[in-house]
Design a protein around this ligand. Structure first.
Ligand SMILES: Nc1ncnc2c1ncn2[C@@H]1O[C@H](COP(=O)(O)OP(=O)(O)O)[C@@H](O)[C@H]1O
Ligand SMILES: [Mg+2]
Length: 250
């Protein structure tokens, strides 16, 4: 379980998250909604222990997720092998000369056994077997996304944090990723803009407002039909003289 308790976070002067509180239990699939700049990526980074709140706290399985605590080897190892964050831009995650090493890198850090078997298992699962000896730099956006995802899934995290995972995928790969995410029993917290896609995967939605506050936390189907909430969260719009609506883009 990850518990976010009354956290406030700022990079410089202004808070980009204010008094956020929620907890996510094992097996939940949660969509994280909010207009650009509302704080979704920051929230995912906070939950991944990459940045730390100025006020409030985050607990991972009851243990405070602090810089200090992450310096303890046992806690760090448990946390890093339990929680994985897929960045929106796979380029920031890929830095090894070939795909094989990209997949094995995390396992080596955690000194986990059966590295070669696991690399081949996840390469097969994400359709990367033919690319194992290639340089990640030369891959397409969708292929890079799959390599980045494999490099996280290979650690078999129990909590998967995904930052707009559909944003660089074509329709076919999008369909594949929906089925794939639905086949995992991993806990999922996913920043996403596309309501239709979110409805296919998540049961719950947490919504951040432009003002960086959690304005909704509950059932995603109810939220999707609540015009007042959608308007409040700035998630649908009006143009060309049409009624307010949202589009099916990610
Ligand atoms: N590294 C950073 N330094 C300073 N400000 C940042 C940084 N990253 C994001 N921000 C600001 O924090 C706010 C929230 O950003 P972000 O968490 O990326 O939102 P979202 O993912 O919802 O678009 C935005 O105003 C953004 O400009
Ligand atoms: Mg973002």
């Amino acid at each position: 379980m990850i518990e976010v308790k009354n956290i406030y976070f700022k990079y410089t002067d202004e808070f980009v998250l204010k008094n956020a509180s929620f907890s996510v239990s094992k097996g939940e699939k949660v969509a994280l909604f909010g207009v650009n700049g509302s704080g979704k990526t920051s929230l995912l980074k906070l939950m991944d222990g990459l940045i730390f709140p100025q006020k409030g706290e985050i607990l991972f399985e009851g243990h405070p997720l602090t810089k200090q605590h992450l310096k303890e080897k046992d806690f760090r190892k448990n946390f890093r092998s339990s929680v994985g964050l897929l960045f929106q831009n796979p380029d920031v995650m890929l830095f090894n000369p070939v795909v094989y090493e990209e997949l094995s890198f995390g396992l080596k850090q955690l000194q986990n056994g059966n590295i070669d078997t696991k690399v081949h298992y996840w390469a097969e699962k994400l359709n990367l077997t033919d690319l194992l000896n290639q340089s990640p730099v030369k891959l397409s956006g969708g292929q890079k996304q799959r390599v980045a995802l494999a490099s996280i899934l290979i650690l078999e995290p129990r909590f998967l944090l995904l930052d707009e995972p559909f944003s660089s995928l074509d329709p076919r790969t999008t369909g594949w990723l929906i089925d794939f995410l639905n086949s995992l029993d991993t806990t999922l917290i996913m920043a996403i803009h596309n309501m239709e896609l979110a409805l296919e995967i998540a049961e719950r939605v947490i919504v951040l407002s432009e003002n960086h506050e959690v304005v909704y936390d509950g059932n995603i189907k109810e939220f999707a039909h609540d015009k007042e909430q959608l308007t409040k969260a700035g998630l649908w719009h009006r143009h060309s003289g049409k009624e307010p609506h949202f589009h099916n883009f990610s």
